[in-house]
Ligand binder design. Structure first.
Ligand code: CMP
Length: 140
C-alpha cells in the first residue's frame, strides 16, 4: 500500500554534511520527500517525540543528543514506505547494521545513529502529526 513515514536525519548526520547522500538513498529506493523542515529541537519537543522511551535508561542521553544540533525532518511517501525506510536505515545499533545501509555507512554509535524512522503505521501517523500540519504535507 502507499504509505507515509516520518524520517529524521539526526544531528550527527547533519553535522557530517550527508543530508544529500541520505536523500539520494530515499529517492533511489522510490521514496518521495513530500514534506521537510530543518529544525533545532527544543528539549520539550525532543522529550515529547520520544515519550514512549521515557522510562528507558538511555532516555536522557537520547534527548541531549537530539538537541545537540539541528535535525532534518521529512515525510517519505511510497509503496510500503515504513518498512522500506527501515531497510534503508539498517539496525538501530550501527554495529549490527547490514553493509550498505545508512547506519552502517554514516552512524557512529547506537545514540549517534544518523537517522530515525517510524516503526509502524500508527506510530508513523502520530510522528508525522507531531511535526507537520496536514497543510504542510504535499497531497501527492
Ligand atoms: P530511534 O529510532 O531514533 O529511537 C530511539 C533511539 O534511542 C534509537 O533510535 C537510538 O538512537 C537510541 N538508543 C540508545 N540506546 C538504545 C537502546 N539500548 N535501544 C534502543 N534505542 C536506543
Amino acid at each position: 500500500a502507499l504509505e507515509r513515514t516520518l524520517s529524521i536525519i539526526k544531528p550527527d548526520a547533519v553535522a557530517k554534511n550527508v543530508i544529500g547522500q541520505i536523500y539520494t538513498r530515499f529517492e533511489q529506493a522510490g521514496l518521495k520527500v513530500v514534506a521537510a523542515k530543518m529544525k533545532q529541537l527544543s528539549r520539550k519537543e525532543a522529550e515529547g517525540f520520544y515519550a514512549v522511551h521515557k522510562e528507558r535508561p538511555f532516555f536522557n542521553a537520547l534527548v541531549e543528543f537530539m538537541i545537540s544540533g539541528p535535525v532534518m525532518i521529512q515525510v517519505l511517501q511510497g509503496e510500503g514506505a515504513i518498512a522500506r525506510n527501515r531497510e534503508l536505515m539498517g539496525a538501530t545499533n550501527p554495529k549490527d547494521a547490514a553493509p550498505g545501509t545508512i547506519r552502517a555507512d554514516f552512524a557512529d554509535s547506537i545514540d549517534a545513529n544518523a537517522v530515525h524512522g517510524s516503526d509502524a503505521a500508527e506510530t508513523a501517523r502520530m510522528e508525522i502529526a507531531y511535526f507537520f500540519a496536514e497543510t504542510e504535507v504535499s497531497p501527492r
